[in-house]
Design a protein around this ligand. Structure first.
Ligand SMILES: Nc1ncnc2c1ncn2[C@@H]1O[C@H](COP(=O)(O)OP(=O)(O)O)[C@@H](O)[C@H]1O
Ligand SMILES: [Mg+2]
Length: 318
């Protein structure tokens, strides 16, 4: 659905998007993650044709964005909704009028607009706020209005640029649940840009890590968080110091086995001692996945690895 190949974008002499290639499939929730200034918003704006690029290819629905002009660009943008950190609502217009604006722009008749806006506002849980003005709403409610507006023209893709970054954790959760529901129930693909790992973990199926305009990681959420490579660890700010004596074994608990007490059971069965060096449990979407480093005696290595191999846990000697 979105196909990016060796994309380069410059602002003046500065290379802001540096050789980015990626593919986003229809129906998924895809996250673009990175620190401030990484180029996330720029990449997102390239996707909906708000920003040009100098090299490489960027196709959406099979069309090269740089080739789309004029009226065709207007129609193309209709298929892409967008929401922002600071909502971008019109403060002098009511909630109803904010959501109705794109429909009026496209010349829909009053009866359709009335029906559509009411449907959208009930979808986002604001059916009783039609006549309110944005400054009478909380941050979460404002973002819901912005989401309703972004969906007014029935887009196929929703782009979200830090949509929850100005919201408190609880409100964030509600907005993310809404985005997930929109993705599942309406089949709208979501590309979300964020600097918050928690956001990525709770809703995305795949993610791209961007640093100084370059991809430093891309993959399924499970891969990225459960088996982070060096770059990803740096990004997450995780540092592990491993003991120098004994054998360090890194264990990955896939979702089928995450909550079983395999290690304590092993220790009892084999009558070996172990130390936990490092560990974490991650809640990714609806699954809990675990990552653990244990330290054992050299002499127990063989039987421990044999036991672990049979248990369904993935492992490597660290
Ligand atoms: N319109 C612009 N003109 C010049 N430089 C820009 C412009 N927009 C963004 N930049 C620069 O491009 C880099 C990436 O910005 P941005 O895409 O906004 O990053 P992010 O969204 O990841 O925080 C930054 O260094 C920023 O200063
Ligand atoms: Mg940004």
């Amino acid at each position: 659905m979105i196909e990016i190949k060796n994309l380069k974008k410059y602002y003046g002499d500065t290379l802001t998007i540096n050789d980015v290639s990626l593919q986003i499939e229809s129906g998924e929730i895809f996250a673009i993650v990175g620190h401030s200034g990484a180029g996330k918003s720029t990449l997102l704006r390239c996707i909906n044709g708000l920003e040009d690029y100098q090299e490489g290819s960027l196709k959406v629905f099979g069309k090269e964005i740089s080739q789309i002009k004029g009226d065709e660009l207007r129609r193309f943008r209709k298929d892409i909704g967008m929401i922002f950190q600071h909502f971008a609502l019109m403060n002098r217009k009511t909630v109803f009028e904010n959501v109705a604006t794109p429909l009026r722009f496209w010349g829909f008749d009053g009866a359709y607009i009335n029906k559509k806006v009411n449907e959208l506002l009930s979808l986002v849980g604001l059916e009783n706020k039609l006549k309110s003005y944005p400054n009478e709403l909380s941050g979460g409610q404002k973002q819901r209005v912005a989401i309703a507006r972004a969906l007014a023209l029935e887009p196929k893709i929703l782009l979200s640029d830090e949509a929850t970054s100005a919201l408190d954790p609880n409100t964030t959760k509600g907005v993310l649940e809404l985005l997930t529901r929109i993705n599942k129930e309406l089949g709208i693909s979501v590309v979300l840009v964020t600097h918050e790992m928690e956001v990525v973990k709770s809703v995305a199926s795949r993610a791209l890590l961007l640093e100084h305009g370059k991809i430093i990681g891309c993959g399924s959420i499970e891969e990225l968080f459960l088996k982070p490579d060096l770059k990803m660890k740096e990004f997450l700010g995780e540092e592990e110091i491993l003991p120098e004596s004994g054998i360090n074994i890194r264990l990955y608990f896939p979702k089928e086995v995450a909550q079983h007490s395999i290690i304590t059971h092993m220790a009892r069965t084999l009558n070996v001692d172990f130390n936990i060096v490092w560990g974490k449990l991650e809640k990714l979407n609806d699954h809990v996945l675990g990552n653990l480093v244990i330290n054992i005696e050299e002499e127990d290595k063989e039987k421990v690895l044999d036991y672990i191999s049979k248990s369904g846990v993935l492992w490597e000697v660290a």
